[in-house]
Design a protein. Structure first.
Length: 205
C-alpha cells in the first residue's frame, strides 16, 4: 500500500507544522508522511523547522510572479511531483484561487481559531474577546472559495474565563490546535472522512 502523503502550507512560525511533522515521524499520523512544505516567505521560522525535521520545502516570493494563479500553477506542479494526497493549511496567510481549490477540492483543509461560522477571517481570537462570547475554540474545515466557509470536519470548544486576554486565549487555543489537527489528519490518512454536500462524517475515529 502506498504511503499517504501530505503537503503543509505555512507562512510563519510553524508550530502546527512542527506538531504534524513530529507526529508523522513518530508514526502517530495514521501512517501518513509530510512530503512537502509550501511557504511564501523564505525567511519564515517554519522553513528552519522543516530543515531540522528533514521535510523538503517549496519556497517562493509572490511578488516574483505576475499573478496568484501563476505561482499556484507552479505549486500544483510541485504537489503532483510529490504525489500529495492531502493539502493542509497551517498558518498560510494567502487566499487560494481556483487553481488549487478546484484541483484539491475535498482534499484541502484548514484550521481556524474560532468556532466557525463565528469570527471568520483575521484576528478571530481578538474578535471573540471583543464580542464577549463565553466559549471559543478551534475548527478544522474543508477549504472552498470563501473565507473560512468550507464544510466543518471537527471542532473543539474552550470556555473563556474571567480576565482572559488575547495572549492567554491564544496560548490555550494553539494548544488545542496542536492536538486536534494531527488527529484530523490521521482520520484522512486512514480513509475515515466522508464529505456529502456540507455534511462531514467520520467513521469510527
Amino acid at each position: 500500500m502506498s504511503v499517504y502523503r501530505i503537503a503543509i502550507f505555512a507562512s510563519g512560525e510553524g508550530s502546527n507544522f512542527q506538531a504534524l511533522a513530529e507526529r508523522a515521524n513518530a508514526g502517530e499520523l495514521g501512517g501518513a508522511e509530510i512530503a512537502l512544505l509550501v511557504c511564501d516567505k523564505p525567511s519564515a521560522p517554519v522553513v528552519q523547522r522543516a530543515e531540522r525535521l528533514g521535510v523538503q520545502a517549496h519556497l517562493f516570493k509572490p511578488k516574483d510572479y505576475d499573478s496568484r494563479e501563476a505561482y499556484e500553477r507552479e505549486i500544483v506542479h510541485k504537489l503532483e511531483e510529490h504525489r500529495v494526497d492531502l493539502v493542509v493549511l497551517a498558518g498560510y496567510m494567502r487566499l487560494l484561487t481556483p487553481v488549487i481549490v478546484d484541483k484539491y477540492r475535498g482534499r484541502l483543509i484548514n484550521i481556524h481559531p474560532s468556532l466557525l461560522p463565528a469570527f471568520p477571517g483575521k484576528d478571530a481570537i481578538g474578535q471573540a474577546l471583543a464580542y464577549g462570547v463565553k466559549v471559543s475554540g478551534v475548527t478544522v474545515h474543508f477549504v472552498d472559495e470563501g473565507m473560512d466557509t468550507g464544510p466543518i470536519i471537527a471542532q473543539k470548544a474552550l470556555p473563556i474565563v474571567s480576565g482572559e486576554t488575547v495572549d492567554s486565549l491564544a496560548q490555550a487555543i494553539h494548544a488545542i490546535e496542536r492536538e486536534l489537527y494531527p488527529q484530523v489528519v490521521s482520520w484522512f490518512a486512514k480513509g475515515l472522512v466522508q464529505l456529502d454536500g456540507r455534511q462531514v462524517t467520520v467513521s469510527n475515529p
